[in-house]
Design a protein around this ligand. Structure first.
Ligand code: CTP
Length: 445
């Protein structure tokens, strides 16, 4: 009898060992499928702490597996069962009923789960729960707290807002332990903070948090000036705390994949990047000077695509902005950026709607990311000969904010002050382009 079972096997524990023993006892050959990081990410397990190699070694060292395979994608079990001539599929009782569809292919056995132990529990014990506070109680803060539930090892404890009553209402709505009366109260109760207050206040809150030795995830744009952003990163390095700009797209799996595909030569040399981000609004802070306008509000996303695809060695920046007579701020802008051998154009619009797509043109073909490209789970490479076109699919769960929070917590746990997904130098370049675009724009009414 041939038996198969699957799992992540992170931080191998007694529950894993007992499950494998009983699975093995069901037959005479046990195959164990270990999940890849990609697959775990795609099914929402964002905080696995050991690498695939380490997890395979865990299973190997148990001495219970006759064969180990890798589980890479949804639906693979059906193929494996047929390919390896499996008689029995075994899995823990936490999955009761979930794998009944495999009964068409083999016998399905649910084994009693060992009580009181799990990888999640061990991860939390090892790393400790990160206590998180939120500054700001607006829409984005609310979305963030809702998404934080999907990232393990993080506990959103408290919130601070300019108006205490709002913080109280927010704490109540999301069942946080308490609302902070003062910012120092909040700093005293947390290890890390997410800053989602109005743009103009980011710098001051971030600087104060860093000085208090608190890790900071700051909503974009972190600041509207290169000098301020640079100063904050220097401060974070000096204090040895994590500072990350919350540009959610940077951490989304499909966006990273798109950057890798585009930069790998598959479309040849990149010659141009065109990215558009527009949003319909009818009033509010976004339309008020001095910090409003389509560039300060929205340019971070298209500029993220530009710097991830073309780097930070741009040479010139030219901006055209439309500011109708009755508006305090520019409402539609085009920032043209040149690089040696390539050009880019970032378009932003407030109260104007355009196709929010991203096109990366290369010497062999182009990448097309359909609207809304900043939330993408799908893109294509396209060529002169359509037979060569290829489609790429990834996941993008929920609002996408879980990915930036997962990265932030991994940086804190791993004591990494930098993420390759969004380097300080890239945040700095984006701040620089935004500052220069706003200051140097040619205005039209
Ligand atoms: N398992 C078990 N008893 C436990 C924990 C896990 O029998 N206490 C079983 C699961 O049911 C599964 C296998 O071990 O069949 C691999 O599970 P895995 O997801 O790797 O382990 P968990 O500890 O459940 O991981 P997590 O906390 O990340 O969900």
């Amino acid at each position: 009898m041939r038996v198969i079972t699957y799992g992540t096997f992170d931080l191998f524990h007694e529950g894993h060992r007992r499950l494998l023993e009983r699975a093995k006892a069901l037959g005479d050959h046990l195959i164990v499928g270990v999940t890849t990081e990609n697959y775990d990410n795609s099914r929402g397990k964002l905080n696995v702490s050991q690498s695939l190699m380490e997890r395979i070694r865990n299973v190997q060292d148990s001495g219970l597996a006759d064969e180990i395979i890798i589980e890479e994608y949804e639906g693979q079990k059906i193929r494996d069962i047929q390919k390896y001539g499996i008689d029995i599929f075994a899995i823990g009782s936490d999955w009761l009923g979930e794998f009944d569809y495999l009964k068409d292919y083999c016998e399905v056995v649910y084994l009693e789960r060992t009580k009181g132990v799990s990888s999640t529990q061990l991860r939390d014990q090892n790393a400790g729960v990160i206590r998180l506070g939120v500054i700001g109680s607006g829409r984005i803060a609310a979305r963030f707290v809702a998404e934080a539930r999907y990232v393990s090892g993080v506990d959103v404890r408290t919130v601070f807002s300019q108006h205490y009553a709002r913080a109280q209402a927010f704490a109540e709505r999301f069942e946080l332990q308490h609302a902070a009366q003062t910012r120092d109260d909040l700093f005293g109760a947390v290890d890390a903070v997410y800053i989602a207050s109005p743009h103009g206040t980011h710098y001051e809150h971030t600087a104060a948090a860093l000085d208090a030795g608190i890790h900071v995830l700051c909503e974009k744009p972190m600041t509207l000036s290169r000098a301020q952003t640079e100063e904050l990163f220097t401060r974070a390095r000096e204090r040895e705390v994590v500072l990350l700009e919350a540009v959610k797209t940077a951490f989304a799996p499909a966006f990273q994949r798109m950057v890798e595909v585009a930069r790998s030569g598959s479309i040849g040399q990149i010659r141009s990047v065109d990215a558009t981000f527009t949003k319909l609004v009818t009033g509010g802070r976004e339309l008020e000077s001095p910090d409003g306008g389509s560039i300060s509000e929205l340019a971070t996303y298209p500029l993220l695509a530009v710097v991830k695809l073309l780097g930070t060695d741009y040479t010139t920046i030219r901006t055209q902005s439309l500011r109708p007579e009755d508006s305090e701020v520019e409402l539609f802008s085009r920032i043209d950026i040149s690089y040696p051998g390539a050009i880019a154009s970032a378009r932003t619009g407030l109260g104007v709607k355009a196709e929010g797509e991203l096109i990366v043109a290369g010497t062999l073909g182009y990448v097309h990311v359909p609207a809304p490209w900043w939330l993408t789970e799908y893109f294509e490479t396209r060529f002169e000969n359509p037979a060569q076109n290829r489609k790429y699919y990834n996941t993008f769960d929920g609002d996408g904010l879980r990915y930036e929070l997962a990265e932030f917590t991994q940086m804190i746990r791993g004591k990494n002050l930098e993420s390759f997904k969004l380097r300080a130098a890239e945040s700095l370049a984006i701040a620089d382009i935004i500052e220069r675009a706003r200051a140097g724009a040619e205005f039209f009414g």
